[in-house]
Ligand binder design. Structure first.
Ligand code: ADP
Ligand code: UDP
Length: 236
């Protein structure tokens, strides 16, 4: 399968059309942004880590009964996926307080929740991806009530599968963001990526951050953190 035309260039990936109108190729870049694009940089090797990690996780989720866009890994950075219309609702699951949760409610990072939380953001760069509740998402026609419930349920299932898996790698899954997309027949599947760009991952013993917060917060050791996650995933 080959790339035809670039149909979209985002902050972290390019999306290409293919000869099959139902499939596209995503190509992962080393570019990194934070704070809605205000902070820009590159993280050497990130594209390859994110591509391969995302594919490994999507395959694991498929095995556990979660439908995803994953089709075939072409190379270090390129993957064939089912083409979907992205639902502009980002679903965020949290197991431990961090990031915008800690800031919004004035609590420290690292509080382990009794139960995971689920929230939605309206995927809209111009507005800075604002937090949105279910009734507002429904009012805006972003999803039906059934679709909203299904997304919450699937997000919690994704959390259970990933949490267990990362634990075996000595990693705490703090929080993550996922996106869903619609196939031409209306079926909703998991799309986009699951990587250290979209998850907070802390070392089980030391709580060392192994994710994009190292870039957001200028902590140093950014490439090393991505490589460490990859090393644990592949046992290399
Ligand atoms: P952003 O748009 O936030 O800058 P990226 O750089 O990751 O993000 O760009 C990739 C774009 O492709 C995103 O908008 C994402 O929603 C979209 N996308 C992800 N998976 C698919 C898919 N299977 N089909 C179509 N679009 C997808
Ligand atoms: N996240 C993401 N994309 C976004 C916003 C958040 O992938 O546009 C991820 C982020 O990496 C973290 C989780 O979602 O793992 C929760 O992020 P939070 O709401 O705390 O926001 P942030 O601190 O990133 O602003």
């Amino acid at each position: 399968m080959e790339k035809k035309e670039m149909i979209y260039e985002g902050k972290a990936k390019k999306v290409y059309s293919t000869d099959d109108e139902n499939l596209c190729i995503v190509s992962y870049k080393d570019d990194a942004t934070a704070f809605n694009g205000l902070k820009k940089g590159t993280i050497a090797g990130k594209g390859a880590v994110n591509n391969r990690m995302s594919n490994m996780i999507m395959k694991l989720l498929e095995k556990e009964g979660v439908a995803t866009h994953y089709v075939e890994e072409l190379s270090d950075r390129d993957t064939v996926v089912k083409k979907v219309k992205i639902v502009p609702l980002e679903v965020i699951v949290r197991n431990i307080s961090a990031g915008s949760f800690a800031k919004r409610y004035g609590v420290e990072e690292g509080i382990e929740f009794t139960e995971p939380t689920v929230e939605f953001s309206y995927k809209n760069d111009a507005l800075g991806d604002p937090l949105i509740n279910s009734s507002h998402a429904y009012a805006l026609g972003l999803a039906t009530k059934e679709e909203i419930e299904k997304k919450k349920k699937t997000a919690l299932k994704v959390n259970e599968v990933m949490k267990k898996y990362f634990y075996t790698l000595g990693i705490k899954l703090v929080d993550f963001k996922i996106e869903f997309g619609k196939l031409p027949d209306g079926k909703i599947i998991l799309a986009d990526e699951i990587s250290p760009d979209t998850c907070r991952l802390w070392d089980l013993k030391t709580n060392e951050k192994l994710d994009k917060d190292r870039f957001r917060r200028d902590m140093g050791g950014v490439e090393e953190a991505y490589n460490e996650v990859f090393r644990r995933l592949t046992n290399e």
